[in-house]
Ligand binder design. Structure first.
Ligand code: ATP
Ligand code: F6P
Ligand code: MG
Length: 343
């Protein structure tokens, strides 16, 4: 009998619970596996803090947002109990044979290091940012885009009523996927993403041309966007749990610049964690459930150091090392495709 320890790490996102449910149901039914859940991401693994996970615990979970296991940005190499050797001892003490880490590119990087040092670990890709390579989509992204699109629709009506320029800031860290997809779906007049800096003059040219047609400009900006003279993404919120700058606030910076240069009254909205909360879309529930089920096969086949991924409509297996070669950024051509209709 194989016992699997599941953990969720990094920012939470809708669909995590559906993965856990998919894994527990298929693993116990098809492979005779048993499950425990490590609490609060890598912290639970490092400290041996786990809860039992059986069929009854995962009942009805596919539509529930968040993660029943909790999550954090604490790393597996941090603290006196961290590091592969200590973790191996903890796993042995708890009778856990394999670890399933559900997370984004940061979690995959940590899992790769643990795998290199002998831990039997596999992964499931997740993040609203959609920036993990070697998978076409991560669950959570579709839900975030849906929420951001609804925000654009709502900002549009109030913007139109007051003839204002509305600037919406969305998440994504150093990737512009949420901005590009929600901006496209919501018909934004300009979409600003980290991969492709735009000057304030260009942004104002777009907003002016919208006003000249008698419309209220709608600008969507990703939190990681930079103007050409900015050395790094705007950050005034200090560091995260892994000592990286927390991004955000670029919309508040841009709005007065646009207003001053164009004379159009401008308002900024920062959507924030609303993008990560609540129920997953049907697409995310299906993807998450399939990934959760597939990861139990990966464990049964002892294919350590791999994660399940979406290629087209198929669930496939890829090495963490392959997924970590590149960060999945918005390609120039994908941005240019939309940019020709800005303004
Ligand atoms: N290169 C690394 N080596 C060791 N640990 C890492 C590494 N990168 C990230 N981690 C650990 O894994 C945690 C999760 O990574 P991160 O915070 O980047 O989120 P993520 O998995 O990318 O998910 P999301 O982007 O959705 O928040 C980090 O907070 C950190 O503790
Ligand atoms: O929840 P926290 O720690 O504030 O992190 C916010 C970050 O997490 C994400 O939501 C997911 O990686 C990013 O888009 C955002 O920059
Ligand atoms: Mg990430």
């Amino acid at each position: 009998m194989t016992t699997i320890g599941i953990l969720t790490s990094g920012g939470d996102c809708p669909g995590l619970n559906a993965v856990i449910r998919g894994a527990v149901l298929k693993g116990s039914e098809v492979h005779g596996q048993e499950f425990v859940g490590f609490l609060d991401g890598w912290r639970g693994l490092v400290e041996g803090d786990a809860m039992p996970l059986d069929r009854s615990r995962v009942r009805g979970l596919s539509h529930e947002g968040g993660t029943i296991l909790g999550t954090s940005r604490i790393g597996p190499f941090q603290g006196p109990q961290g590091g592969a050797e200590n973790i191996a001892r903890t796993l042995e003490r708890l009778g856990v044979d394999a670890v399933v880490a559900i997370g984004g590119e940061g979690t995959a990087a940590a899992a790769q290091r643990l795998f290199d040092e002998g831990i039997r670990i596999v992964g499931v890709p997740k993040t609203i940012d959609n920036d993990l390579d070697q998978t076409d989509y991560t669950f959570g992204f579709d839900t975030a885009v849906e929420i951001a699109t609804e925000a654009i629709d709502r900002l549009r009506t109030t913007g139109n009523s007051h003839k204002r320029c509305m600037v919406l800031e969305v998440m994504g860290r150093n990737a512009g996927w949420i901005a590009l997809h929600s901006g496209t779906a919501g018909g934004a007049h300009a979409i600003l993403i980290p991969e492709h800096p735009e000057s304030i003059e260009q942004i104002c040219e777009w907003t002016n041309s919208v006003r000249e047609r008698g419309r209220a400009p709608m600008v969507v900006v990703a939190e990681g966007f930079t103007l050409p003279d900015m050395a790094q993404a705007h950050s005034t919120k200090g560091m995260d749990g892994f000592d990286r700058p927390r991004l955000g606030g670029i919309a508040e910076l841009l709005a007065p610049m646009i207003q001053e240069r164009t004379g159009i009254e401008t308002r900024a909205t920062v959507l924030g964690h609303i993008q990560r909360g609540g129920v997953p879309t049907a697409f995310d529930r299906v993807l998450a459930t399939r990934l959760g089920m597939a990861v139990t096969d990966l464990v049964a086949d002892e294919q350590w150091g791999h994660m399940v991924a979406l290629h087209g409509t198929e669930i496939v297996r890829v090495g963490f090392d392959e997924a970590l070669v590149d960060h999945k950024s918005v390609p120039a051509q994908r941005y240019q495709e939309m940019r020709v209709i800005f303004g």
